[in-house]
Ligand binder design. Sequence first.
Ligand code: 13P
Length: 256
Amino acid sequence: MRIPIIAGNWKMNTNLTSAAELVNALQTELTALVATGKVQTVLCPPFPYLDRVSALTRGTGIGVGAQDMYFESKGAFTGEVAPSMILDFAEYVIIGHSERRQLFHETDELVNKKIHSALANNLKPIVCVGEPLETYENGETDVWVRGQVHAAIKGLDAEQVRGLIIAYEPIWAIGTGKAATGPGANAVIGISIRGALADLYSQSVAADVRIQYGGSVTAKNIDEFIVQPDIDGALVGGASLKADEFIAICRAGLPK
Ligand code: 13P
């Protein structure tokens, strides 16, 4: 049984006041939803607000995640944040988001190192994969996404892979208002991502890993994704910054 998981990636948004206001506006509803045991929710604020968001959500069952981390545990890495520093406040960490890959030149190799390090430090990685527009238009999504999955999980054992959350976020759908279709996203997740996991490990591993869809998810279109058999929730950007919208998305995660 894969419990749906809805995560809000706040990206580089909010300030100390608005971050706290957002959590306060979400808290009652999300706490009640999570208490059903049928859906999980995660808030991923910018690093400086992890402490505050973690304090405000303590005891609610609402998860907290960081948006990135470095793979080393300490040392002369100016500007970077170690896994143990995140673990003080959060349980999840987004790794390999396309914005980090594209804007900050993160390679598959770096993403792989970060995943190994997150797992070694008891953080739950939300591993992002997804193809650019040109790849999509050329019909090369399957090869691209399988390649990213292979590279990201290289060297992990089956138990470690079971502990991952994977997010399929086609780059052309991120922040564009042009979400994938439910069946389109389901096909990539079911065939390319679960297919890669089955090839590398086993059908049982492929069937156990939770895989989210991300890219212009809103309260209006979430149902289209959540009804799909291979989609286990969503990684939400813009719509996670609006309390009512995010609550509605999380509510949609409850099995009908
Ligand atoms: P949007 O929901 O704003 O398209 O962002 C998706 C995303 O990148 C989440 O990580």
